[in-house]
Design a protein around this ligand. Sequence first.
Ligand code: ZN
Length: 636
Amino acid sequence: MASNVLEEIKQKIIKKLPDEVQLANIEFEGPEVVIYTKNPDIVADNGDLIRNLAKELRKRIIIRSDKSVLLPYDETIKKVEEIVPEDAEISNITFDEVTNEVVIEATKPGLVIGKYGVTSREIVRKTGWAPKILRTPPIRSDVIDRIRNTLMHNSKERKKILQTLGARIHQGGKYPNEWTRLTAMGGFKEVGRSCMLLQTPNSRVLLDCGVNVAGQDDKTKFPMLGVPEFSIQDLDAVVVSHAHLDHCGFIPYLYHYGYEGPVYCTTATRDLMTLLQMDYIDIAHRENNPLPFNVKHVQKMIKHTITLDYGVVTDISPDIKLTLHNAGHILGSAMCHFHIGDGAHNMLYTGDFKYERSRLLEPATTRFPRVESCVMESTYGGHEDVTPSRNNAEKELMKTIYKTLKRGGKVLVPVFAVGRAQELMIVLEEYMRHGMIDEVPIHLDGMIWEATAVHTARPEYLSKDLRDQIFHMGRNPFISESFNKVQNNAERKQIVEGEPSIILSTSGMMTGGNSVEYFKWLCEDKNNTIVFVGYQSEGSLGRKIQKGHKEIPLEDETGKTRVFNVKMDVKTIEGFSGHSNRRQLMEFAKRLHPRPDKIITCHGDPYKTVDLASSIHRSYKVETKTPLILEATRLQ
Ligand code: ZN
C-alpha cells in the first residue's frame, strides 16, 4: 500500500509538469518531494511552478538539477569566480552532493545573489549547481566546520537516510484515527532530563531527550526510556526544542541502541547541541565517569539531523506536521507546534522560553493557527518568583563591576557557555563603549568563545536590534577588542596576577571547569568580587558560595585539600535569566492565541509546577494538569 501512495503522488506531479522541465526523476527525501530536471533553467526560475505544486499537494517541493547536467567541481569553481564580482570577497566554495548545491561563503553575500537574484540564477544556468549563499562569519566555528565535514564526507549515506525517511513520511496512515496521548518520561515536576513521548494513531515521536547533569546515578540522570509504550525501534522522530543538555544530552544514546530515524531542530540548535554533547562526553571521560554513548553516536546523530527554519510547516510522519517558532530562550530555541491527523488535534510544546525581549533574542511567539493543548515550562512558576527588570539587573551589575575595578579588584562571573555568556558580552561591550565602566580586558574562558562563534555564524536567529547593529551599523559587539579568548593555564595565571579585569568562565554552577580554578585563585582577596547571574542548583559549589559559606574545602594546586577562606565580595544578581519569570509565564498563558482547552505544566520543582497550573486554572478557566514522570495524559 505504501509504495502505491508514493506512486500516486509521483503521477500527479508528472501530469502537472510542462515539457520543458525535462524530468529525470522524482524522489522522496526526508520531508521533501524532490523533482530532478535536466534543464537547469527550470531550477533558476522555478518560483511559480513550485509554489503551485506545493499548494496543491500540500507537500514541500524542491527542484534540483539532475546529476548528468552538473559541471565538475573545478569547472564550477572557475565559472562561479567568473560570474561573481570580486568585491563579494568569496572565502570558501564547497559542494553538497545531497542537495546538488554549491555552497558559497562570501563577505558580501548580497553580491553573490545579485539584483533580484540575477547573479545566483546565472550560476545555476551555467553550472547546474544551485548556489547556497552564506555570509563569511567573523569568527570561525570549529563545530560548524566539523558538522559540514561530516555531512560532506557521508553524502551517499545521508541521501539514503533521507530516502528511507521520505518513504515512511509520505506513505498513507495504517490505522483509523483513534487517540493521541502524551507520556512523561523526564522533566515533569523536576528540572532536568526533559523527555516525553507523543503517540498518535500513526506515529511515535519523542519531544526532547535530555540528561540531568546534577543527577547522582543512572536512575535520576537519564530519562525513563523503560516505559512500556516506548521502543527505540518504533520511534518515528525526535524533535529537539533547544541545545541545553537537559533537553538533548541523551539523544546519542538512542543512536547507540539502534535508532535510525531523524532528529528535527533548527540549524543553530544542531550546531550548539553538537558542541555541548561533545563537551559533555569529554568532561565525563576526564572525570573517569564514562557515559553510555560516545562521539561516534554524536556523529551518527549529525547525519540524521534535519534542520528546519522557524515558521516552515513540515511533514515529519504520516500524520504529524511540525512547525518550529521562536522561544526567546537561547539561540535557535524553539516552541514546537504539532498538527496531528488532518487537524484532529493541535499541540504546542513550549520548551524553555522567555516571554520578554532580551539583548540577544526576540520574545517568544504567542500566536498560532490552532492550539488545543499546550505543554509549558514552569521553572519560575512559583508566585514568589518575581525577578527585577532587565534594566535594573544591568544597572546592579554595572555598579558592582565599577566598584570592584575602582578598588583594583577582579570580577569573576561563572556562566553557562550558551546564552547567558553572550547576553553579558553584549551588555558589557555597550557599557564599556559608553564609558560607564573602565576599559579593562574581558576574559572568556571555557566553551564561551566557541559558542559565541556559532552566534556570529547564525545571525539570522538574533534579535532585530542586534542584527541591525551588526549589518547596518557595522558594529558587531561579539568581535569587540575588549574580549580575550583564554588559551591555556599560563595565561590564566597571568590574568589572576595581573591588572583589574572581568572574567567570564564556565561552568555556570561551578560544578567543575575553570570557574572553580579562578575562584580558588581570587577568593582570598577582599578586593575581588564573584557575581552569580544564573540559577545555582542545590548541591552545587555555586549554591554553597552564594549562601554565604566562608570556609570552603577544595583541592589546591598540589592536589591536597585545604580550606579556602572566602574574603571576596559575593553578589547574586537576578533578572538575567533566559526563562520567563512568574509574571511572564502568566502573561504568556493569557496571550497565547488561540486559548488552549488544556495546559500541562512541566520543567519545574513540584511546588512551582502545581502553583503555576492552579493559578492559570483560576485566572483563565483552562483545564490544567501537572503529571509526574511515568504518567500519561490523553489529549484526544
Ligand atoms: Zn534551557
